[in-house]
Design a protein around this ligand. Structure first.
Ligand SMILES: Cc1cc2nc3c(=O)[nH]c(=O)nc-3n(C[C@H](O)[C@H](O)[C@H](O)COP(=O)(O)OP(=O)(O)OC[C@H]3O[C@@H](n4cnc5c(N)ncnc54)[C@H](O)[C@@H]3O)c2cc1C
Length: 331
């Protein structure tokens, strides 16, 4: 038997990180990434890209988020800013005390500190810590470059169904985000519309995430991103002036100096929301042949936060599939 053929459908942060992790685990395996959109045109490109979600309320999400935080830390330290991974201080505001389980130093902010930091608000609980943001307009090209430089190939193509490409691959890794609704015939994945504004406000050096109103102010290397809204079930990708005003007013209440900022651009994206991430394997029978599919989609508003942890687990599932294929070929 020759080398098995593996393809990854999707070139957002989930598809590209899964492809890169597969190359790390299986350096000799030829891998193709197929997608109808590549950077800078994926949903991942527009995401703010912050790393959070480390509390224990969902152990699996937390495991993936911690693995991703560590990967971002390693990349930032080993390969520097060209990766698009930037470090910054985040003030994470909550309506109750929050403990994190990631290995970072975080400090609880006292009510007095919060009052001084945010005089226009009545915040009671918050933590301060160093975290990372993946600026996907840089991070996705970096992942693409890494993937190609290790021999990976890409194909720009819309895949209407798995049947269409089933004859060409032994394992298909489905990282199609919202596209999985059609591709995997999964109606539980639905859009959650978000909108962000990118500002010129270089004096903002510290990030704020208000988990009460779900508003964030995040400094990046060339802009400050403020957002966002969560419109569940909306497929509308046009900019809304109502959402823009809502974000602007809420953000200026948190950080009044933003009224001196200029808006550089605005963006709308559809989060691939699902009751839970689908990360599992499936054996399908297509054209009389057994095809192994590994699904990795449905990351909602936290795909960047968990991408590397999910890539590690998806790669392990692909390896399991390949071992079975090799075993069966010897029978
Ligand atoms: C406003 C906003 C802010 C956000 N901020 C954050 C944040 O701060 N932190 C965070 O963690 N997350 C954030 N997110 C969420 C994050 O953007 C998503 O979770 C993440 O981008 C999902 O990545 P993905 O690779 O699954 O999907 P995508 O980036 O959408 O990629 C899907 C890929 O699959 C391809 N594809 C789909 N169907 C097909 C098909 N049939 N054939 C061929 N190719 C196909 C597409 O072309 C694309 O390449 C935000 C989202 C929005 C909208």
């Amino acid at each position: 038997m020759g080398k098995p053929d593996v393809c990854v459908i999707g070139a957002g942060v989930i598809g590209l990180s899964t492809a890169v992790r597969l190359q790390e685990d299986l350096p000799d395996l030829p891998i193709m990434v197929i997608a109808d959109k590549f950077t800078p045109n994926t949903t991942s490109d527009g995401a703010a890209g912050i790393s959070r979600y480390w509390n224990k309320s969902n152990p699996l999400l937390s495991k993936w988020a911690v693995a991703t935080f560590k990967q971002m830390q390693n990349l930032h330290q080993a390969e520097g800013p060209l990766t698009g991974i930037q470090q910054f201080v985040l003030l994470d505001i909550n309506d109750k005390e929050t403990n994190y389980e990631v290995d970072v130093d975080y400090r609880k902010l006292s009510a007095e500190e919060l009052k001084k930091l945010y005089p226009g608000k009545n915040y009671k609980y918050g933590n301060s810590f160093l975290t990372f943001i993946a600026e996907c307009n840089l991070y996705l090209p970096w992942l693409m470059h890494r993937f190609k430089s290790r021999g990976g190939t890409i194909l720009e193509r819309h895949v209407h169904s798995f049947d269409e490409i089933a004859d060409n691959y032994d394992v298909i890794v489905n990282c199609s985000g919202l596209g999985a609704r059609r591709l995997a015939n999964d109606e539980s994945i639905r859009p959650n519309r978000g909108q962000v504004l990118r500002l010129h406000a270089p004096w903002i050096k510290i990030g704020t995430f208000d988990n009460i109103d779900w508003i964030h102010i995040l400094p990046r290397s060339n802009d400050v991103v403020i957002g966002g809204v969560h419109r569940d079930g909306s497929w509308d990708e046009s900019l809304s002036s109502q959402d823009r005003n809502y974000i602007w007013e809420k953000a200026c209440k948190i950080e009044p100096s933003l009224k001196y900022a200029t808006v550089v651009s605005e963006w709308v994206g559809l989060r691939p929301a699902r009751p839970s991430v689908r990360l599992e394997r499936q054996d399908a029978y297509i054209n009389g042949r057994k095809l192994k599919i590994v699904h990795n989609y449905g990351h909602g508003g936290f795909g960047i936060c968990v991408h590397w942890g999910c890539a590690v687990d998806a790669s392990a599932l692909v390896q399991q599939c390949l071992q079975e294929i090799q075993f069966n070929s010897k029978l």
